[in-house]
Ligand binder design. Structure first.
Ligand code: ADP
Ligand code: ZN
Length: 462
């Protein structure tokens, strides 16, 4: 048989051909195949993206000037003529819009269409004083739904997937935003909303939910609650994808969720003023969150001076909404701190990326003159074994500012002095602050089904 080509050798040959010729081809083509929904828009090239952005920006500026008295006043005060915005670089000359503009013009001061054209209103939670009310035309709602559809698509959600939506329905934009998105995509949405954890878990199991959406802190809580209810998450649930956002969370929290549920966890960003969720999402590369560049212009600025920062530099995120009809926003200052990256991503998308949000500039605690973000404390705690998932940060003042951290620990470690010392010294290393550390029983700290409230600031307000 020597020298002849036997059947086995042919097989080996074809495998080699497949491996060397066809397989690499697939790998080149693959990034193009991952996107199914609004694929053309997902894969816009920089040149085309810039062309759309400029075209929309020029129209937006004229539209806002004509229809919103506040914007007209701002442009006039800054001596900027809408027609003078001719290039994307001219964006720098457009006046900022800030949160107090929305509060001062409560409820519907920034409205570019007649009231009767509004299809829907939402409001931010407004923890202090009046909330911010936002409005949508029919076109805005449609566009928002498709944007969230695209966002879910990037996370890997497909038509027909069962999406258990555990974000709050109602005034908060999270619930309805993901609801519209799942519908736009053709997924099957279960609108469970927040709370009733036992029922959430039962439905997750019975209905074979493939996707879950909620705040990361609630998902961390579900890691513990599902076990307490007798489930083995990896075996009893079929959740493949988790889309989590609306609050900062750490890489360690992601790891914990992924380990317990065996799912792929993606970070999603949005805010009430910018439609709601769906502004930015992590792709499979997890190197930041893609901001939909055909709908938003994103910049970072120095929060103190307003100066525009170069890509890669940390600063306050500023968004311009390119096609909002009811409530256009020009250079809206979010107070969220991040960085912008503009290079093409390994996933094949050229939409700019933002780094995971570090926190809001107004979440930052100044403790004895030191700037502390709650996310830094979470990062420390989640890296220490023997601790539960829940913690609380208490800031008080008696002569000096004091930081106390309460964290849950397993019963055998509750009186473990070495563990307390380890936490103290890790917090010292990261924050440069001596914190009082208290270990409390599992289940002792409050859980939240929406955004977690982990900071208690007892200092008297000036
Ligand atoms: P409210 O401001 O009333 O609490 P929003 O839902 O509008 O309600 O909150 C938007 C804010 O939530 C953002 O400005 C940001 O601070 C935070 N946020 C949203 N998504 C994320 C995320 N993925 N990571 C960190 N923070 C987030
Ligand atoms: Zn990407």
């Amino acid at each position: 048989m020597e020298g002849e080509v036997g059947p086995n050798q042919v097989d080996t040959l074809s495998v080699c051909v497949l491996a060397q010729v066809i397989y690499p081809l697939f790998r080149v083509v693959e990034p193009r195949r991952i996107s199914l929904f609004e694929r053309k828009k997902q894969l816009l090239k920089p040149k085309e993206l810039k062309r759309i952005q400029l075209d929309r920006l020029r129209k937006l500026v004229r539209y806002s000037y004509r229809n919103v008295p506040l914007f007209r006043k701002r442009f006039d005060e800054a001596h900027v003529k809408p027609e003078s915005i001719k290039a994307l670089e001219d964006l720098e000359r457009v006046p900022f819009t800030v949160k107090t503009d929305l509060r001062d013009n409560y409820p519907l001061g920034i409205l570019a269409v007649p009231r009767t054209k509004l299809y829907c209103l939402h409001a931010s939670s407004g923890t202090t004083g009046k909330p911010i009310v936002v409005s949508y035309t029919h076109g805005d709602l449609e566009r928002w739904g498709r944007l969230v559809g695209r966002t879910l698509d990037v996370a890997g959600v497909r038509k027909g997937d069962i999406v258990q939506n555990m974000f709050g329905y109602g005034l908060f934009t999270g619930g309805l935003g993901f609801h519209y998105g799942a519908r736009a995509l053709g997924a099957t949405v279960i609108p469970t909303g927040t709370g009733n954890t036992k029922r959430q878990l039962m439905l997750m199991n019975d209905l074979r939910s493939a996707v879950v959406t909620c705040t990361p802190s609630y998902m961390v809580y579900l890691c513990e609650a599902s076990r307490a209810e007798g489930y083995e998450p990896r075996k009893d649930f079929a959740v493949r994808i988790g889309v989590f956002g609306a609050e900062p969370w750490s890489e360690e929290a992601r790891k914990r969720i992924e380990d317990v549920f065996g799912l792929s966890a993606r970070d999603v960003y949005g805010m009430t003023e910018l439609y709601g969720p769906g502004v930015a999402i992590e792709c499979e590369q997890r190197n930041g969150l893609h901001v939909w560049g055909d709908e938003f212009l994103v910049e970072t600025i120095n929060p103190d001076t307003g100066e525009v920062l170069a890509p890669g530099k940390e600063g306050e995120l500023v968004f311009t909404m390119l096609s909002r009809e009811a409530m256009p926003l020009l250079r809206y200052r979010t107070r969220d701190l991040s960085r912008v990256f503009e290079e093409e991503c390994g996933c094949g998308r050229c939409h700019p990326r933002i780094q995971r949000i570090k926190g809001r500039s107004d979440d930052m605690l100044i403790i004895g003159g030191v700037n502390v973000f709650p996310s830094q404390i979470e990062h420390v705690l989640m890296n220490i074994s023997g601790l539960g998932d829940q913690y609380q940060i208490i800031v008080s003042h008696r002569e000096l500012d004091r930081l106390a951290v309460k964290v849950e620990a397993t019963p055998d470690r509750l009186n473990d002095l070495a563990l307390r010392m380890e936490i103290r010294s890790d917090l010292m290393a990261v924050l440069g602050i001596n914190a009082d550390v208290e270990l409390v029983e599992l289940g002792a700290l409050p859980r939240s089904d929406g955004k977690a409230r982990r900071v208690i600031d007892l200092r008297p307000r000036e």
